[in-house]
Ligand binder design. Structure first.
Ligand code: DQA
Length: 138
């Protein structure tokens, strides 16, 4: 089974960025542990701060991978184009957020991804990604 985690803008700063909200762990450390815990799953990861690069990666993996775990970060709340890309592909997408976006500012309550996602997982810290991964194991 091939699953890719696609992370949007500023998620390259995990471990350094607003630690009270996003925690102390870097994404690479977390990703390494996740791959060790699920050795049978072929895990890939991609991060970009650029909207078009995220769309390119969604298109590129959206017909061959078994699942996409997508944290589009701030683009979640603004990007019609990423929402359309998720709708266009065949691979199921689970939307994740580290923080509980619904307990934060109103502008974070809107998601252009959610209507086209298989499901959404928000608010469990980095564990949100693991819960999304488990959803593909069924
Ligand atoms: C986030 C929530 C977004 O609102 C924010 O812009 C992010 C991270 C999260 O994982 O909690 O950058 O997607």
């Amino acid at each position: 089974m091939k699953i890719i985690i696609i992370n949007g803008p500023n998620l390259n700063l995990l471990g350094k960025r607003e630690n009270d909200i996003y925690g102390d762990e870097t994404f690479n450390d977390f990703f390494e542990k996740l791959q060790q815990k699920y050795p049978k799953i072929e895990l890939a990861q991609f991060q970009s701060n650029i909207e078009g690069e995220l769309i390119d990666k969604i298109q590129e993996t959206g017909y061959s991978f078994d699942g996409i775990i997508l944290n589009a970060a701030a683009y979640t709340h603004t990007s019609v184009a990423i929402g359309d890309a998720v709708r266009a592909i065949k691979t199921p997408v689970v939307e994740v957020h580290i923080s509980n976006t619904f307990s934060r500012e109103d502008f974070r309550h809107k998601s252009y991804i959610a209507p086209n996602a298989k499901g959404i997982i928000v608010g469990f810290g980095l564990q949100s990604y693991e819960l999304a991964l488990q959803s593909f194991l069924k």
